[in-house]
Design a protein around this ligand. Structure first.
Ligand SMILES: Nc1ncnc2c1ncn2[C@@H]1O[C@H](COP(=O)(O)OP(=O)(O)OP(=O)(O)O)[C@@H](O)[C@H]1O
Length: 267
């Protein structure tokens, strides 16, 4: 069950009419986007719709050219990944950025290790890593001292997600977390995604997999040619409707007006 106030009130993350160009290419065109605590927001769109650009701009890798970026209702400037992390925004990219030759604890603390003087505080890191995994009800890892090279794809994804939530995160963005997984591991990761939201995080899930979206999302934001085609509650929509929004920018009376979509296509 999501927290009582899930999805209500001020969004944790809100983008209003954001724009992004790469040289002459206009990639994001006045995009609106909201993510709320306690909810999984699926960000969907065809290849090239602008999902990665949107997420990288939220994460401070790129900067929006125009529009408003609000965090917990306040306008913020996020000009680099450290500033995004400081707000409580973490991204788990598809490559996971794990070091195979290090164990789970070392990977969860990579680059942000606890130190006492000049030595690493292994005991405190191991304790918090374990507590974080226990808090997420992760039971598939036998030991936090296991090297990541010996973990399955699902376990690796779990470690990358646990690393993201270790830092009192408020927003966790997951880029296609089940893309390389089999059926059982996909199920495990989707359950974990749900638990993150149930713990009060705002989870943003980039996905091309409509089964995943329908199974786990509370809200769906569809991008079409760099514009927001729709922001809708998952329970009010169907897979067919989402697919239509992705492929044509509209479905029934939801979505971009044809003229807008055509302008987007021509830009
Ligand atoms: N650094 C860049 N320089 C120039 N153009 C870029 C850059 N990054 C992305 N683009 C362009 O922006 C558009 C949107 O790309 P983006 O990767 O954001 O889409 P996406 O929705 O994430 O697609 P996919 O599902 O294929 O990952 C594409 O036309 C892409 O070529």
């Amino acid at each position: 069950m999501a927290p009582e106030d899930a999805g209500s009130g001020t969004p944790v993350l809100e983008l209003r009419k954001v724009d992004k160009h790469f040289g002459a290419v206009h990639v994001l065109k006045g995009v609106d986007f909201e993510a709320h605590r306690g909810e999984v927001t699926a960000l969907v769109g065809d290849n090239g719709a602008g999902k990665s650009t949107l997420v990288k701009s939220v994460a401070g890798i790129h900067a929006f050219d125009a529009g408003e970026y609000l965090f917990e209702g306040r306008p913020v400037k996020v000009e680099n990944p450290k500033q995004a992390n400081a707000l409580g925004i973490e991204v788990v990219y598809q490559d996971l950025a794990l070091c195979d030759n290090l164990d789970v604890v070392a990977n969860m603390y990579l680059g942000r290790e606890n130190r006492t003087g000049i030595t690493l505080d292994e005991a405190s890191m191991e304790k918090s890593a374990r507590e974080t995994l226990d808090g997420l009800s992760v039971r598939t890892l036998k030991s936090v001292r296991t090297k990541v090279s010996s973990l399955s794809g699902g376990q690796r994804q779990t470690v990358a997600i646990a690393r993201a939530v270790l830092w009192n995160s408020k927003v966790v963005i997951l880029d296609e977390p089940t893309a390389a997984l089999g059926v059982a591991q996909t199920e495990q990761v989707l359950n974990l995604v749900r638990r993150l939201a149930d713990r009060g995080l705002a989870v943003i899930l980039i996905s091309h997999n409509m089964n995943d979206v329908i199974k786990v999302a509370d809200r769906v934001v569809a991008l079409y040619l760099g514009q927001t085609a729709a922001q809708i509650k998952a329970k009010d929509t169907t897979t067919a409707q989402i697919v239509e929004l992705i492929t044509s920018g509209r479905s029934g009376d939801i979505g971009l007006r044809d003229a807008d979509a055509e302008n987007g296509g021509a830009a």
